[in-house]
Every structure is written in structure tokens, then in C-alpha cells.
Design a protein around this ligand. Structure first.
Ligand code: ADP
Ligand code: TRP
Length: 339
């Protein structure tokens, strides 16, 4: 029987997980875990680029782990781990950085955006740019290549990172022989970019999110903040230009969505009412997950045990891949204490 393909993804613990993360990354990844050998992890050392408070960082790691588990990740089926528990990733980061052209990283979106901001403010181009931000794509490539991953389920914003990973794998293989597996991004069109409260991409960094595990009160408050135009209920509206509809369409039943769409197009849709309906739908949809989440957060030692087991299982894969990389580059002696 042919070996199963591998899917791998990571999410940074850098703030409260939101509906965009759920639809764009968490749910598609969990759905794939039946079909593929799945490796899902908390990209905690990536988050270190922005997390500068130890207590907040620690909380964010538990928060994200509990969210994945509450949303249905089965740690028996998926190898679920914390990036920082897998030292092989950081060795591979160095090795592949030696074959990564600097120009490739100069073109990475996040770095370019930082330079653009500096230039328009009249600052030096690299003002405030850390090596962590600059090397981010190389660490992400190592995350993926260390597992021989074939598919990486992510949102649209990560497409360039997967292309960079492919380029790095191909360069390495051209120099040292076929060793690393160039991965493909798996981006589901319908959830590629979920819009936030203000119509921009829902993102922690824009503060425009619907939090995933919020209690009912907080969730309702966020839903009510979704920006709409000021059209009266009887006026026809374009559902595809509305921020409430663009979120609700992912949660309403097809029958209800057709009715709602009709109300938008033909008049009769009050924004206050549709927001309340969206809130109630989300509140019910995530009620069980929220209870599981609260249970895990009340006793995070449950999370520690699951992540420890995941790290152990990940070491086996990571060691196998790192051993072939070390052999490819001609590293034949092993340091004392090397795994
Ligand atoms: P954020 O932009 O809030 O910081 P991350 O960069 O941590 O989110 O994203 C984690 C995962 O969730 C990635 O796979 C990303 O593509 C996905 N994701 C984030 N925001 C969205 C969104 N608005 N729509 C679809 N997917 C998203
Ligand atoms: N860069 C991703 C994000 O911002 C997180 C991430 C880190 C990741 N390493 C990864 C995603 C490996 C997929 C595969 O969302």
C-alpha cells in the first residue's frame, strides 16, 4: 500500500484565536486529518517576534492549544506539538539558510511591508526590523520540511511562504541531491480570506476579529460591532458587499442562506436582526467547543500532557528527516548528546 501523504500546518500563539483562523486554518486542517498523516503544531517561536511578555506568551500557547483540541483535533490521530519542543527544526533552519538566497527573503511580503512603512515615514529601511522577522520564512520552511510534508493547509496570506519553502527545498536538492520534499499549499477558495468586523481581512493585528472561544456576552458585543452601511430595512442591498453576510454565509444552513440572500436583494433585511441571528448561530455552533475549551483551560496540565506526547512522536519523524539531511550534506560525526 502506498504511504499516506502528509499534511502539516502551524498557527502562531500570538493573540486570541478568531473565526478567520478557524475557517481558514483550524477547520480545514482537522477535516484533512482523516485522509492524511497529520502534523499540527503551535508555532510558538514564530510568535516570539511579537510576544514580549512572558505571562501573555504562556497564556497564548495554552489558549491556542485548548482551542485546537476544543474544535475537534484528536491528539491520537494527529501529531500535535509545540514547535519549540522540537530542536531538530532549529538545526534544519540553519542548514537550509545556507542555501537560501538573501534576495528571496528581501521579497517576502512581511519584510517588504515593514520596509514600505519605514520608507513612507522617512525612516531607514530596516528600522525596527529584527532578524526574527527577516528569517521568519526560513524557520517556517524548516517547520514544513522537517516532516517531509506534502500539503500545507493555510489561508491565502501564507501562499508566498509555501512558495519560498518549495524554492528552498528545490535549491537544497539541486546542490545535495534529492532529499527534501517540496510541499504544496492547500488553500480552500471559499475560506481563503475571511473578512473582519471592518471588511478588511480578519486579523489579530487589525483588532477586527470575532473571537472563537469568547463567552456569549463578548461574542455578541463583537458581532454588533460589524460595520454595515446605513440602509433602511426595506431598501435592497448587495449581500456580497456586506460584512455580516460575508461571515454568516459560512455558518447559515443553505436553506436559511437562500432566504437571507433574498431579503438582502429584495428588501426586508434589518442589519440589527441579521447580526442577532449571526450571533445566535455562532453561540450555538461553538457552545460545546467552548465547554471543552473552558475545561482544558481550567487545568492546563491536561494540555501539557498532550503536547509532551506529541513532541515525543514528532521527534521520531524529525530525527528521520534530519538524519537524511545530515547524510546529504556529509555530516558524519555526531556531537556528544546529539539525539
Ligand atoms: P492573524 O492574521 O490573525 O495574525 P495568523 O497569521 O496567526 O492570523 O493566521 C493563522 C492561520 O489562520 C493561517 O493559516 C492563516 O492563513 C489563517 N487565517 C488568518 N486570518 C485569516 C482570515 N481572515 N481568513 C482566512 N484564513 C485566515
Ligand atoms: N506563518 C504562519 C502564520 O502566520 C504560521 C506558521 C509557522 C506555519 N510555521 C508554519 C503555517 C508551517 C504552516 C506551516 O499563520
Amino acid at each position: 500500500m502506498a504511504a499516506r501523504k502528509i499534511s502539516l500546518t502551524g498557527v502562531k500563539p500570538s493573540g486570541t484565536p478568531h473565526i478567520g483562523n478557524y475557517l481558514g486554518a483550524i477547520k480545514p486542517a482537522i477535516d484533512l486529518s482523516d485522509e492524511f498523516d497529520a502534523y499540527y503544531f503551535l508555532a510558538d517561536y514564530h510568535a516570539l517576534n511579537t510576544m514580549r511578555d512572558a505571562a501573555a506568551f504562556k497564556h497564548a500557547v495554552y489558549d491556542l492549544a485548548a482551542t485546537w483540541l476544543a474544535c475537534g483535533l484528536d491528539p491520537q490521530k494527529v501529531v500535535f506539538y509545540r514547535q519549540s519542543d522540537v530542536p531538530e527544526i532549529f538545526e534544519l533552519t540553519w542548514i537550509i539558510s545556507t542555501v537560501t538566497p538573501k534576495g528571496l527573503l528581501n521579497r517576502a511580503h512581511a519584510y517588504k511591508a515593514a520596509v514600505d512603512v519605514n520608507e513612507s515615514a522617512g525612516n531607514l529601511p530596516d528600522d525596527g526590523v529584527t532578524m526574527g522577522l527577516y528569517n521568519y520564512p526560513v524557520l517556517m520552511a524548516a517547520d514544513i520540511l522537517i516532516a517531509d510534508a506534502n500539503f500545507v493547509p493555510v489561508g491565502q496570506d501564507q501562499r508566498q511562504h509555501i512558495e519560498i519553502t518549495r524554492d528552498i527545498a528545490v535549491s537544497f536538492n539541486a546542490i545535495f541531491g534529492e532529499t527534501l520534499v517540496p510541499p504544496d499549499a492547500l488553500i480552500r477558495d471559499e475560506v481563503a480570506t475571511i473578512t473582519g468586523l471592518d471588511g478588511r481581512k480578519m486579523s489579530k493585528s487589525y483588532g477586527n476579529v470575532l473571537p472563537l472561544m469568547a463567552d456569549s456576552k463578548e461574542l455578541r458585543k463583537a458581532v454588533m460591532k460589524i460595520v454595515t452601511d446605513s440602509r433602511a430595512p426595506e431598501e435592497p442591498k448587495d449581500p456580497d458587499a456586506d460584512n455580516v453576510y460575508s461571515i454568516y454565509k459560512h455558518f447559515a444552513t443553505p436553506e436559511r442562506l437562500a432566504e437571507v440572500r433574498d431579503l438582502y436583494l429584495n428588501g426586508g433585511l434589518a442589519y440589527g436582526k441579521i447580526k442577532q441571528e449571526l450571533f445566535e448561530t455562532l453561540d450555538v455552533r461553538f457552545a460545546d467547543a467552548r465547554a471543552r475549551y473552558n475545561n482544558l483551560m481550567a487545568d492546563p496540565t491536561q494540555i501539557d500532557a498532550i503536547l509532551a506526547d506529541g513532541a515525543e512522536r514528532m521527534h521520531i519523524t524529525a530525527q528521520r528527516v534530519l538524519t537524511k539531511v545530515r547524510a546529504a550534506i556529509g555530516k558524519t560525526t555526531y556531537a556528544v548528546g546529539a539525539r
